[in-house]
Write a protein that binds this ligand. Structure first.
Ligand code: DLL
Length: 430
């Protein structure tokens, strides 16, 4: 373990530590123009928060609050102490900015090193980082953590697929950090070059930054002959390094000495118990530059109540099922794209890329799924393709109670993604 004392701290000591850190986080939040106003409006005296459970007296923070306090309404330190900023892409609205002091950057690297060590990574590993470098946190976040662990880091960033394969071969890359959609595409490209990904030295993949199904993990593991670990994070909480799977690969440990977590009913805001599915709410207990209190992530998950056999005391969260704002409303039925992915990826004839297109015709919602075939299947006869199409319609109907139109495409027809994949195209004017 990277820090066995902290990673195996007994639950009582962990809660005491959280309380001490929360008191500091609240003091620092009260120094920001945003939280000082919010606390005053709600009549909250932070000094009166005495137990970690009192946190529920505090209001939630939302993405919109970050937008409204753009660019620095949530900054708790003088500008001169800030050494780094990252920003979300702003695809769902105005971009949001996160600031870090030197200590914040160091703490983040330490957490990422902890995540990587939990998967068995060591200083002997060659780590190829295929996530975007820049305002996105995926590149730099893992970069500093992997260096802290002592790996040889190849900062290859996203894209340029042929060069990625070349680097893997030339430097004997053992760990890749990559979005799941790009991992599948990279594997296909390697195969198209006559290279069997399983014969490369890559032993581990860290997959995250976008939702994906267990079936996709299985597919990537089989394609590459490696162990794939789920990695969860969000810019508002630093970036990657918030929760990570250990060698057990059964849910992601969320580092509770840095993050206080709650799961709530997204509609009522009611606190849910461990094991119940809801929206994850996180309080950052450790950041100097930008405290973040009860942040509503919109990510849907559940806390796994059982302790992990690995011996870490930090609780695990389940694979993210989707986002509250991801849920599709189709003719009165609620569907998560991840449910559709699970069906598609469990069918061996289906290839690695798909797209969900939604339209409204004569006031009725229509779902159209464009599915690439697995390359070896494409030359089958029409009857077989028809059989596959009906099988997909039947399986999807059974799971999501919507009847989609399935379009079967030649491999490589859909635009490949090198970063976060865009899976849903919603043409409905709602
Ligand atoms: O995506 C940070 C990150 C980079 C995580 C690299 C993992 C690896 P944002 O761009 O702020 O930050 O997007 C955060 O992405 O709220 C989730 O909805 C989604 N997400 C991230 N990791 C996972 C995952 C980075 N493992 C948003 N499974 C989050 C499902 C994920 N969704």
């Amino acid at each position: 373990m990277w820090n066995s004392k902290l990673e195996t701290l007994d639950r009582t000591s962990l809660e005491e530590l959280q309380m001490r850190k929360l008191a500091r986080a609240l003091e620092s939040a009260a120094r920001t123009s945003y939280y000082s106003r919010v606390f005053a409006d709600c009549g909250i005296e932070v000094a009166k928060i005495r137990s970690i459970r009192d946190i529920k007296e505090l209001p939630f923070t939302t993405k919109n609050d970050l937008r409204l306090s753009y660019p620095d309404g949530m900054l708790a330190v003088p500008r001169g102490d800030v050494v780094r900023m990252h920003a979300s892409s702003g695809t769902t609205g105005k971009s949001t900015v996160i600031f870090y002091t030197m200590k914040d950057v160091g703490d983040w690297a330490d957490l990422v090193a902890r995540c990587m060590a939990a998967t068995g990574a060591t200083r002997e590993d060659v780590f190829q980082n295929m996530m975007g470098y820049g305002l996105f946190t995926g590149g730099l976040g893992l970069h500093y953590g992997a260096e802290r662990l002592g790996c040889l880091v190849i900062p290859s960033a996203a894209g340029n697929t042929l060069r990625q394969i070349q680097l893997i071969r030339d430097f004997g890359t053992t760990i890749i950090h990559i979005t799941p959609s790009y991992a599948l595409h990279l594997g296909d490209e390697a195969a198209a070059q006559g290279i069997d990904p399983k014969r490369l030295a890559v032993k581990k993949a860290y997959l995250g930054a976008e939702p994906y199904s267990e079936a996709t993990r299985d597919k990537i593991e089989a394609q590459w002959g490696l162990d794939a670990y789920n990695s969860y994070g969000l810019s508002e909480m630093n970036g990657p390094g918030v929760a990570f799977e250990c060698v057990e690969k059964k849910g992601m440990h969320i580092w509770e000495d840095y993050y206080y977590i709650e799961v709530i009913d997204p509609d009522s805001g009611r606190l849910l118990s461990d094991g119940e599915q809801g929206e994850l709410v996180i309080t950052h207990l450790n950041r100097e530059a930008m405290p973040m209190i009860r942040y509503r992530t919109r990510d849907l998950t559940a806390v796994i109540p059982e302790p992990c056999p690995c011996g870490r005391s930090h609780r695990r969260i389940e694979r993210i099922k989707g986002r509250t704002d991801d849920m599709l409303f189709i003719g009165g039925v609620n569907v998560f794209p991840s449910q559709i992915e699970t069906v598609l990826m469990n069918v061996p004839e289906v290839g690695n890329n798909y797209q969900i297109v939604l339209d409204r015709q004569e006031n009725l919602d229509r779902m159209h799924i464009r599915v690439e075939l697995y390359s070896k299947m494409f030359h089958r006869d029409l009857r077989e393709l028809e059989r596959l199409r009906s099988q997909l319609v039947k399986e999807l109907q059974a799971l999501i109670a919507v009847t989609p139109r399935i379009e079967i495409l030649e491999p490589g027809s859909l635009p490949p993604s090198t970063g976060k994949a865009v899976r849903v195209i919603d043409n409905r004017k709602i």
